[in-house]
Write a protein that binds this ligand. Structure first.
Ligand code: CA
Length: 523
């Protein structure tokens, strides 16, 4: 019997050709990297003044940076629901934190799954109901702590089970993502994976290795840190998210260890103990301004330390894609559920239609489609993500989704009829940080906001900003005669968009009260 003989070089060539043709035939893989509360001010591809994020910057350098990605409702759960559905909060039903996402409705992972994609979500979920449309899920229970998180996955019978973990949550989520990629991924199928961090959400607990990182640095203060809110309506002054008054001792690491083990506490106390001793000695002689400055440095550094671990994880994932030969046929998207105040206006938190929380980072790498190092200034949104993922996969976009595919923009061709104005609405009042319910419209040059409910009562306050003259939004020009025409134009644009997106004419201040879901579940 004659044995077939292939020269090693020929064998290699056959291998290369089959791999190449296989990859070329297969729809692109999708890696969606998502964080919670990460702002552009803490991502060096946008703003290098406070931190360097080399791995996130790699996505921008090898892909596209979007400079005007707006969220429809600047708060955690609702942003996630918008991404699942491609629909505004009032249509997907998840309008504020504490709601429960109706997973029976149409979502993009379900559509990808039905079209041959393997789908997975790892890390923060925060939609209360069990994930649907995923072949695999392993998600934090609720918000999830920074240390030793319980996580929910499907047991052998397919029912959700909770498993305990020991370690730092950001690192655990990265390990799980890499484990899914190496152990559970089906090489013959395209995949879509959502890699979602809790970080850098409040209360900003850094990893053991970064507890002392930045200790020797003094961070620059934002221009608007000493804002007195005098140029706007009552809402800006009535919030409860100031660094001055509303950061608590746990936020500032003056007390508490959360869910840490005794070993972790030892490491933690070795780092914060001496810093806190020094603060307690200095505090009696500090002026009010000096105390605010100290709070800003403490808070912002802990936030940046949490971002650092996210950046490390992103680097590990990008390296894995390289080593597995997946980079060329994989679109990598980086975004956060909304922007954030890293001391601007004296604040922490989000929620407002003001720029820092309206904008969210968006970086996309897609070899062969996106010109490396490009930027885009069009108005895009988390409302567009679901449509984009479907388009990338070659799946038809359902007509009831309300956003648009970003694929033409990624390929450098913005359609002539691309949106030039954007509708926003926030509902969570009464609620955390007491930000009034508001809706509004912006075109990037001007912004009109209507505050309509505060502390359970209807209000009727309007603000108009000229973003070219007043980029920090310190002085509303509503009813200023010089802006009469602009005001009229923005009002009619607001009405047009409310009609286009089927927004109910009236949102009663009593309709969106937090449902006691957790209590109900315990009965
Ligand atoms: Ca968030």
């Amino acid at each position: 019997m004659q044995r077939l003989y292939f020269h090693p070089a020929a064998l290699l060539m056959i291998l290369v050709i089959t791999t190449w043709s296989h990859a070329a035939d297969q729809p692109p893989n999708i890696v969606f990297i998502f964080t919670d509360d990460h702002c552009e001010q803490a991502l060096s591809a946008y703003d290098p003044s406070r931190i360097t994020t080399p791995n996130l910057d790699r996505i921008a350098n090898e892909g596209m940076r979007f400079d005007r990605c707006y969220v429809t409702n600047s708060i955690c759960g609702p942003s996630r629901a918008v991404i699942q559905t491609g629909k505004y909060s009032h249509l997907n039903g998840f309008i504020r934190n504490g709601n429960r996402f109706n997973g029976d409705q149409q979502t993009f992972p379900k559509l990808l799954q039905a079209n041959g994609y393997q789908t997975a979500v790892v890390g923060k979920w925060h939609l209360a109901s069990t994930p649907q449309g995923y072949d695999y899920y392993d998600v934090l229970k609720g918000q999830g702590p920074y240390y030793n998180p319980p996580m929910i996955t499907a047991g052998e019978d397919g029912q959700p089970i909770t498993r305990k973990h020991t370690g730092y949550t950001t690192e655990i989520i990265t390990d799980k993502l890499l484990n899914w990629m190496t152990e559970k991924r089906e090489p013959n199928k395209p995949f879509m994976v959502m890699y979602q961090h809790k970080a850098p959400h409040r209360n900003w607990m850094p990893a053991p290795k970064y507890l002392n990182w930045l200790d020797d640095v003094t961070l620059p203060e934002p221009e608007t840190m000493y804002d007195d809110y005098s140029g706007r309506t009552q809402a800006a002054g009535r919030q409860t998210m100031t660094m001055r008054q509303h950061l608590n001792p746990r936020d500032l690491k003056l007390q508490g260890h959360g869910t840490m083990t005794p070993e972790q506490i030892k490491v933690w106390d070795a780092a914060y103990g001496p810093k806190n001793e020094a603060f307690k000695k200095a505090e009696p002689n500090m002026s009010e301004k000096e105390l605010l400055q100290w709070k800003y440095q403490r808070y912002a550094k802990d936030y940046l330390r949490c971002v650092k671990s996210v950046d490390d994880g992103v680097g590990q994932v990008l390296d894995y894609l390289d080593s597995a030969g997946l980079t060329d046929n994989t679109i990598v998207i980086y975004s956060s559920d909304q922007g954030w105040y890293l001391g601007e206006h004296g604040w922490f938190d989000k929620r407002w239609m003001y720029e820092e929380s309206l904008k969210t980072p968006l970086l996309v790498r897609w070899p062969g489609h996106i010109k490396a190092g490009s930027t885009n200034d069009d108005i895009v949104s988390n409302l567009d993500f679901a449509e984009t993922f479907l388009d990338v996969a070659g799946v038809e976009i359902p007509s009831d989704m309300q956003g648009e595919s970003l694929v033409p923009l990624l390929e450098g061709h913005t359609p002539d009829d691309w949106r030039t104005s954007f509708y926003y609405q926030y509902y969570e009042n009464p609620g955390g940080h007491n930000v009034a319910r508001h809706y509004g419209v912006t075109n990037g040059q001007h912004k009109l906001i209507h505050f309509y409910a505060l502390e359970g009562k209807k209000i009727d306050d309007w603000e108009l900003f000229d973003l070219n003259q007043d980029p920090n939004e310190l002085r509303s020009v509503f009813n200023d005669p010089a802006y009469a025409q602009v005001q009229q134009h923005m009002k009619s644009e607001l009405n047009r968009l409310r009609e286009l997106y089927a927004v109910a004419p009236d949102d009663d201040p009593g309709t969106a009260k937090r449902k006691p879901l957790r209590k109900q579940k315990l009965k």
